[in-house]
Design a protein around this ligand. Sequence first.
Ligand SMILES: [Zn+2]
Length: 434
Amino acid sequence: MWSCTRKNFSGIKNVPEEHKKTFAGALDNWNKEFTKIIGRDLLTYEFVDATDPRSAELVPGDIRYNIIEWDLENIAGYGGLGPSIANQYSGETISANVLIQEPTIISLYTKWFKVSKDAQALEKQGKAKEANELIAQFTKETQKTINSRKGQFKIKLGKNLEMNVHSQRAELEDPMIKTDFEKVPEGVSYEAYMAGYFTEMLEHELGHNLGLRHNFKGNLGANESQTKGSVSRSIMEYLGRPYRHLNAIGLYDKMAISYGYKGKAPAHLNWFCTDEDQGSGATLATKSPECTKADATSDPFSFWEARLARNIELLVDTHSSSAPVWKASEIASQITDTVTGLAAYAASAEKTADSWTNFFGKADRPENKSDVKAYVLESFKKQICSPELTAILASKESAEARDLAAENLLQLMVAFAQQTMPLGLYSVDQIICQ
Ligand SMILES: [Zn+2]
């Protein structure tokens, strides 16, 4: 007879029939690795539907159980959350939970695929402006929904002590959306994408449950094959929407688990960095630019150059003579990511370049760390001050359209200046186009 007091029962609650295979697959994938590392499975589980009499008793946070919950009750701002409770002396995990905001995720991604398809159809008819407007409208609505959920609870004791609720620690949380919605990856169906995405999310949250932290150097081990496992060497990486469905338990994760569960010394000590290792503001001068949750691909600097090109595309609407659909303020967080990603290289080259693994030795890159600062400025200006961009502005259908695009570009330049000038990297005269 099943009993709720059975120790270490792991229940998977509320997962609809069509997604059960994917959820089981994520657990089985971890078990396969554990079989190789410790010689046996580690995770046992059972699906518990809402109609099951045990369902009401299985509550995440009850340390008698491990629960994965397709969360129908709590409407939260995160995509997934993987908190756990450990023995404070031995570090052994006693109980762990995974909460996933699946109903919201399914609704968002269904809309994303539909909007993307409609936008592609419009583009084929030569209606680039209408396509942009459609995506912009969807993104704005989505941002509104997510922002309305960003509340956090805090426990206050007296005037000074303010504690975040443990399960809301940012490092346990995974964003519902990261960067704005772009076009759907080419040739990938909704079903294939979601299966990859759910597998990735659950493997990531289970990684937290098993004791792993975020690893923002995972993408440095990416390759361009576009196959499962090609986008990062760690499932604990944060990747943008075009990459997530391809992520898998990677070489770093297996190495870390072998170390933690078997005591096998890791072969690569420079494959890992986590939340507090990222730079921002003044600390950009001392932290590695290769450690950031915002990037992707094995060549982060090229990734930021590509993001800059995409920002300019949106801010100017480079493929039509119409006024841009976006204002710089509406994609401010994307712009901040881009200029921070670029500035981080210039800011910390002197101090951290010796530890970089994926910057030097590529086409037209400088050979010495002392040349990185000038190279970053040149790279930024090559795009924003290009004659092609000047020609596109000149060909806008009205003075109003031209002014809006020019104002957006100015804001992009201001964002770059605000990121680099306090660090003493460049002067205004160096930044502006001649
Ligand atoms: Zn996480």
